[in-house]
Design a protein around this ligand. Structure first.
Ligand code: SAM
Length: 615
């Protein structure tokens, strides 16, 4: 069960939003089409200058114009019907603003803030300083008309929210990321006060000739530039150049409605936006900022959506490890208690039974448990069970990622189970490499160039992953019950971090639906945090029985892989330890290599495939 919110949390919620003075009736038109409570940009005074600047810089968007829409605010809209494949925006390479081409490029380079910097975070800070400097030059900057179009007012971004308002985001991915608690910290805004005091303020002091403001004025400019880079910049090309791209950045994001794609024409040195379908006159040109949840949209862009299929909750790896440690500890304690009172393990109930066979001393010190978890995490890493950026994404109404369940299984495994798992994974990896070498030779003889090493490693990793997932599927009901206890612990802890529970969020949204006036930031916070809680509650449902847990492994939703399918398949079949369990490829897509006589799956040169399990 989730921890009920403490008194202080309930008070904070009720005091601010439910009091008669705060909730005014009639200021919200729920019947109108959705408009994010925060973030819709207004027109800015400099639009005419910007259009003249675009002409000078040969930035063109002949089939569209800037307007302000009631649903998304300022936007780029088709002035006439646009055909699929038409170029709708063209920006010469040298019109973009980057750390590498700004007026203080040499200084930024000397300071290690241009590409390639030692740390990705410094590259982002390099662009932020470039934007600060160009902005501070005023009309002297080559990009002045462009920078003037970026709103001066960025207060929709949570970076400007008051502490009390930020508390409403507690528990969300937005909050954790802003605080630098989870995920890779490079992309802004994250740890802003820290980066200001450790990177940017010292830079300003060391370069007084640049006349960048210091103190509060300096921090204000830094905070604005951070928001501008977070919500208006792009990452270009394989080299991942962080850049401000005029006009490209006038497009809003609407999940599922993207109608352009981005392209770099190296021959003509221009960045292009190309229509991906026919677009009618008056229709908004829509970009895709990524598969982002409301919490992520809010942190990075300051807006939220009404219905966002990308909503999910991010479960930090650390939570899973801590929960597994707790479950182990409780089981050891329960067993010790059982032994002391002489009650049989069966009579002591599930708790003691699920701890059986962990092979730990009756009172393991924190060091013992830590070492044990570290060893299991090393195996998990080798088997591809650690998620990107150390967070698992869990969606409502979808099974939890199979690799998350498999990881918990590994974390709880006894020493003897671990050695069996290790050798199964090793065998699977070896088989994958061997199989890959065969298919690699065949592919090369057909003139398909692929990096053998890379493919081999990828195939081995996938096979090891499949082997440990297969082992988790194959484990006893008792072992899966242990996994369920860890999930319960994770869900409970995560739900306990929010400022209130989901029913309070629902009440608030219902009040908004009844035309109650609620502060915009509060409304946005609810739309960011409620789907996360719903995903956690749905996770709890989907792991409530051993059967559903087993099913979640069968769905193998975390096992979508890119790479050579043959190696994966053979190794997976070898890895399945019990007769009757077979792993097969359930879907294939990719580039066909043209060999009509080859078996079905080998006809794909670099395929995307999904492992499925058949029991
Ligand atoms: C890259 S800019 C897009 C252009 C921006 N509307 C403008 O006129 O300057 C990103 C910002 O646009 C706004 N935005 C983008 N998509 C939105 C949406 N679906 N609803 C509301 N605001 C949106 C947010 O303020 C976001 O920070």
């Amino acid at each position: 069960m989730p921890k009920p919110p403490g008194k202080d949390k309930a008070k904070c919620f009720a005091g601010v939003y439910s009091s008669a003075t705060a909730v005014r009736e009639g200021a919200y038109d729920a019947a109108a089409s959705f408009r994010s409570p925060t973030g819709c940009t207004n027109a800015t005074p400099g639009e005419r200058d910007f259009l003249a600047w675009c002409q000078e810089e040969r930035v063109s968007f002949p089939s569209s114009h800037i307007t302000v829409l009631s649903s998304t605010g300022r936007a780029l809209v088709a002035s006439r019907a646009i055909k699929m494949g038409e170029i709708v925006v063209e920006v010469p390479d040298d019109a973009v603003l980057m750390a590498d081409n700004c007026s203080i490029r040499d200084i930024l380079e000397e300071e290690g803030m241009c590409k390639p910097a030692d740390d990705e975070i410094l590259e982002v800070q390099g662009l932020i300083i470039a934007v600060m400097y160009e902005k501070s030059l005023g009309t002297q900057s080559r990009w002045a008309p462009y920078l003037n179009l970026i709103p001066d007012d960025m207060t929709h971004m949570p970076l400007y929210w008051k502490r009390r308002e930020l508390r409403e985001l507690r528990g969300t991915a937005a909050f954790d990321k802003m605080m630098g608690k989870v995920q890779y910290p490079a992309d802004a805004p994250t740890q802003v006060p820290l980066l200001w005091s450790e990177v940017v303020e010292p830079f300003i002091h060391e370069h007084p000739k640049l006349r960048l403001p210091t103190g509060k004025a300096g921090y204000d400019l830094y905070r604005w530039a951070t928001c501008a880079v977070a919500s208006y910049s792009f990452i270009l090309g394989d080299d991942k150049y962080q850049a401000m791209v005029p006009v490209w950045d006038l497009l809003n994001h609407i999940t599922g409605q993207v109608n352009v794609r981005l392209y770099h024409c190296a021959r003509r040195h221009v960045l292009q936006m190309i229509a991906t379908r026919d677009i009618s006159q008056g229709e908004e040109l829509v970009n895709n900022y990524g598969e982002l949840s409301n919490a992520e949209l809010l942190r990075g862009y300051g807006f939220v959506e009404a219905h966002n299929v990308n909503n999910h909750v991010q479960v930090p790896l650390g939570f899973v490890v801590r929960a597994a440690t707790n479950v182990l500890q409780k089981n050891v304690a329960a067993e010790a208690g059982t032994a002391a009172t002489g009650v049989g393990a069966r009579a002591a109930g599930a708790s003691a039974a699920v701890g059986a066979g962990h092979g730990l001393p009756s009172k393991p010190g924190p060091g013992v448990l830590r070492d044990r978890m570290s060893a299991r995490l090393r195996l998990a890493r080798r088997c591809g069970l650690l998620p990107p950026h150390r967070v698992f994404k869990v969606f409502a109404c979808r099974a939890p990622p199979a690799i998350m369940t498999a990881l918990i299984h590994v974390l709880l495994a006894s020493d003897s189970e671990i050695s069996t798992l290790r050798s199964a994974a090793h065998r699977a990896g070896m088989m994958a490499v061997a199989a890959d070498q065969c298919t690699g030779r065949a592919s090369r003889s057909k003139g398909i160039a692929r990096s053998r090493n890379e493919r081999g490693c990828q195939a081995a990793m996938q096979a090891r992953t499949a082997a440990v997932v297969a082992a988790a599927m194959d484990s006893s009901d008792t072992a899966l019950k242990r996994v369920g206890l860890v999930y319960d612990d994770v869900v409970q802890r995560m739900l306990g971090r929010y400022s209130c529970d989901v029913s309070e969020d629902k009440q608030l949204l219902a009040a908004i639906g009844r035309h109650a006036s609620v502060p915009a930031r509060m409304h946005a916070a609810v739309l960011a945090r409620m789907p996360e809680k719903e995903a956690l509650l749905s996770l709890r449902d989907s792991i409530s029985t051993v059967r559903s847990l087993r099913k979640s492994l069968h769905s193998a939703s975390g096992l979508q892989c890119n790479g050579p399918e043959i190696g994966g398949r053979i190794a997976v079949q070898v890895a399945a330890s019990k007769p009757g369990i077979d792993c097969m490829i359930t879907s294939l897509s990719g580039e066909r290599n043209g060999d009509k006589d080859a078996p079905d799956e080998s006809r794909f040169a670099a395929a995307q495939f999904t492992f499925g399990f058949k029991v």
